[in-house]
Design a protein around this ligand. Structure first.
Ligand code: ZN
Ligand code: ZN
Length: 355
């Protein structure tokens, strides 16, 4: 709560006139206790998890099936309204009852001890940006190791399997997790604020960014015009989608929540890199050669039919019997033996080709 009741008293304390942002904050927080401002951090996080997935959810549910594949990471998967509803319901119950409740008991006290400010002056844009960059880097590093720990055998079988229920994730799946995982991640969000204390406004911004980034990496759409494409080393939806698609406790690939450099440094992105590059190569090869490939495929089909007809004629003309006789002669006639080997080799090649 701001310790001034009037604008004049606040400006006297500042030694200057308030900016429009400071005047807005003064009006909003003047009569609001600090623990209520702290509680609003959770509301912002919950609102981000609820509202941010809605546009792409509506797109997937309502758009014609031909519209989404160019942007959908797993283009053949189309989730049902029931799946969306169940995911959101489970997430909301875990977040509201089992995560935010216990966090409320300690969050305000922890933030007060850390030195978080709620008064005036407000931080400058540069200070806010620098703190957010630090929070994102800390979140990414801690999140990487925590996620790696979640993929150990017992922890995965009993806790992290819930988050991997959706092999084709959706925005609502960002917070779809076991209550223990949600609780630990909730505490982790405060670690960076505790290490680098900030203003409550920065905390709100950080929670909003954290929620939206979580939704973005789970949304299942790789949008070419997403502003996150401009962020260096940002993983994005395609990067995390691969982690869900491959699934399983032994999938130690693409573990970092935001950026790609932790996976690069600790060698947990090589499978994705190799597979992704080979998939891209094959895809681009066939995309450019599709008409040619169709002609080749049709020609091979005709050749296969011709060979089958030839086999039938050959059988009835006792060709096989003649070849057996030639095979018998090979011990005494090397030229006859060579013919048999050539014929058999030709057959094996054809069998491999058409099987
Ligand atoms: Zn995982
Ligand atoms: Zn995930």
């Amino acid at each position: 709560m701001i310790p001034f009741t009037t604008v004049e008293a606040a400006e006297t304390s500042l030694g200057r006139a308030m900016t429009w942002a400071e005047a807005l904050w003064f009006r909003y927080s003047r009569s609001t206790p600090d623990y209520c401002l702290c509680f609003q951090s959770f509301l912002i996080l919950f609102a981000a998890y609820t509202l941010a997935p809605l546009p792409l959810t509506l797109l997937e549910l309502c758009a014609p099936s031909k519209m989404t594949p160019p942007y959908k990471v797993q283009s053949k998967v189309r989730l049902s309204p029931v799946a969306f509803l169940r995911c959101y319901k489970d997430t909301a119950i875990v977040l509201l009852l089992l995560t935010f409740g216990p966090l409320q008991l300690v969050a305000y006290a922890a933030l007060k001890v850390s030195g978080m400010r709620t008064g005036l002056p407000l931080p400058s844009a540069g200070e806010v940006a620098a703190q957010l960059v630090v929070y994102m880097l800390m979140e990414d590093y801690l999140g990487y190791w925590f996620h790696r720990f979640l993929h150990s055998e017992w922890i995965y079988d009993n806790i992290h399997y819930v988050h991997h229920e959706f092999r084709a994730p959706m925005g609502f799946a960002a917070a779809h997790a076991h209550w223990f995982e949600s609780l630990v991640l909730g505490f982790a969000a405060f670690i960076s604020i505790f290490a680098v204390p900030c203003h409550m406004i920065t905390c709100w911004l950080w929670f909003a960014i954290r929620g939206i980034a979580g939704v973005e990496i789970h949304c299942g759409f790789n949008l070419p015009f997403s502003p996150t494409k401009l962020i260096p080393f940002y993983g994005g939806a395609e990067f995390h989608d691969y982690h869900h698609h491959c699934g399983g406790k032994w999938n130690h690939s693409n573990l970092a929540p935001l950026f790609t450099f932790c996976d690069y440094i600790y060698g947990t992105h090589s499978v994705y890199r190799n597979q992704n590059s080979s998939i891209v190569k094959v895809h681009s090869y066939f995309r450019h050669l599709t008409p040619f490939y169709i002609h080749v495929h049709q020609s091979l089909f005709l050749l296969k039919c011709t060979m089958q007809i030839y086999e039938i004629i050959k059988y009835f003309s006792s060709r096989r019997i003649q070849l057996i006789l030639i095979w018998g002669k090979k011990l005494v006639d090397p030229k006859a033996g060579k013919k048999v080997r050539e014929y058999l080799h030709f057959r094996y090649v054809l069998q491999d080709l058409f099987s």
